[in-house]
Design a protein around this ligand. Structure first.
Ligand SMILES: Nc1ncnc2c1ncn2[C@@H]1O[C@H](COP(=O)(O)OP(=O)(O)OP(=O)(O)O)[C@@H](O)[C@H]1O
Ligand SMILES: [Mg+2]
Length: 241
């Protein structure tokens, strides 16, 4: 498996001089093609901060993130935006769906943002077809016209995953994707993510407190004292009740 993503000596500070919070203290990690990596750790350990830095949603104070060999935080803004939108996908604990749009429109959103108005009109049919296929793949064809408030938590997360898939990312960053779901629904979301990994060879980096999910990943990491270390498959990643 080739190396897809590599974080090298990442540091992140929050706050001004004097009261500086040193959240990430030299994080190193690698993700290979099609790999599933989970990250556990106590609340406030810096897991979301790291995920945002890996996925170009935030900048490190120092250190480098390489995606296919390119130092991504050193790229011009336009390339960064394109990479964030095309190569990377995100799934969050609280879904972040737009309440006024129905499920299908929420899934279509990244494609609308990526295309110019003219390009969108020219490709609308094709893009809508793709969104419909993805909704079908995540098992929500019957719900495609529902607004987020008319969907269950698990259904909302499926739509958020479908939206993340719209631009066919090579790596999907998930920040506690089952954090807001009951155990049965969490299991279904995990099975969906795993099947996407197998089908599309899409790498997954998942921040999670869910032991089942972590145990079934290729590699379990734990964040402590601002650093990442390998966690043993025998230990519950817990960290929170
Ligand atoms: N924008 C910010 N400004 C200042 N401090 C921040 C900011 N974002 C996060 N922090 C602090 O950095 C630390 C790490 O936050 P982060 O959200 O990465 O933790 P986490 O491991 O994801 O926690 P949780 O499991 O609760 O989601 C916390 O102490 C948090 O208060
Ligand atoms: Mg977090």
């Amino acid at each position: 498996m080739a190396k897809l993503l590599k974080a090298q000596n990442i540091h992140k500070y929050y706050g001004e001089d004097g009261g500086k919070l040193h959240v990430l203290q030299g994080v190193n990690m690698e993700v290979r093609d099609g790999e599933i990596v989970t990250i556990a750790g106590a609340s406030g350990a810096g897991k979301s901060t790291l995920l945002h830095i890996l996925g170009l949603l935030d900048k490190p104070s120092s250190g480098h993130v390489y995606f296919k060999g390119a130092d991504i935080h050193a790229l011009p803004a336009g390339r960064k935006a394109a990479m964030r939108n095309k190569e990377f996908g995100f799934v969050f604990q609280f879904f972040h769906l737009l309440p006024e749009l129905d499920a299908l429109e929420n899934v279509l959103l990244p494609a609308m943002v990526k295309n110019t108005a003219f390009g969108w009109l020219g490709r609308k049919k094709e893009l809508k077809g793709r969104a419909e296929k993805i909704i079908n793949d995540v098992g929500l064809w019957e719900r495609r016209k529902h607004k987020p408030k008319e969907l269950s938590g698990g259904e909302k997360q499926r739509i958020a995953i479908a939206r993340a898939l719209m631009n066919e990312p090579e790596i999907l960053f998930c920040d506690e994707p089952t954090g807001n779901l009951d155990s049965q629904t969490s299991k279904e979301i995990m099975e969906l993510l795993w099947s996407l990994n197998r089908r599309n060879n899409m790498a997954l980096v998942i921040v999670t407190h869910n032991f089942d999910l972590a145990r079934n990943s290729g590699r379990m990491l734990r964040m402590t004292d601002g650093k990442l270390a390998k966690a043993s498959k025998g230990t519950d990643p817990g960290g929170r009740p």
